[in-house]
Design a protein around this ligand. Structure first.
Ligand SMILES: [Zn+2]
Length: 108
């Protein structure tokens, strides 16, 4: 058993992402980066709920007998926020009006 102890919080950090942020912003506080991001993109993306990723589900076909054997979960970059999880402008759900036959006017 190893006697090396590691900090579990630091272990969960994506080192390459931290290095990329340091190259972009220099040696600044994380709160400064957050402030700048919120200024540029103040709204949480409603399509991906801020994750920057969206799921696309497709049928998974058997290569042997061409029948559906399951569902593939494909994770894509969100196209509304370009994978950032935040948007420059505020987006709201688009309303779709459909008509389904007719009813007496007094019942609507
Ligand atoms: Zn998004």
């Amino acid at each position: 058993m190893s006697n090396i102890t590691t900090d579990p919080m630091v272990d969960s950090v994506n080192y390459q992402e931290v290095e990329r942020l340091e190259r972009m912003f220099g040696d600044v506080k994380l709160s400064e980066i957050i402030k700048r991001v919120l200024k540029n993109r103040p709204y949480v993306c409603p399509k991906c709920s801020g994750s920057g990723k969206v799921h696309k589900y497709e049928d998974e076909w058997s290569p042997y007998d061409m029948r559906i054997v399951g569902t593939k979960d494909i994770i894509l970059e969100c196209d509304l926020c370009d994978g950032t999880g935040r948007t420059v402008q505020e987006y709201v759900p688009k309303k779709v009006v459909t008509y389904d036959g007719f009813v007496l006017k007094n019942l609507t």
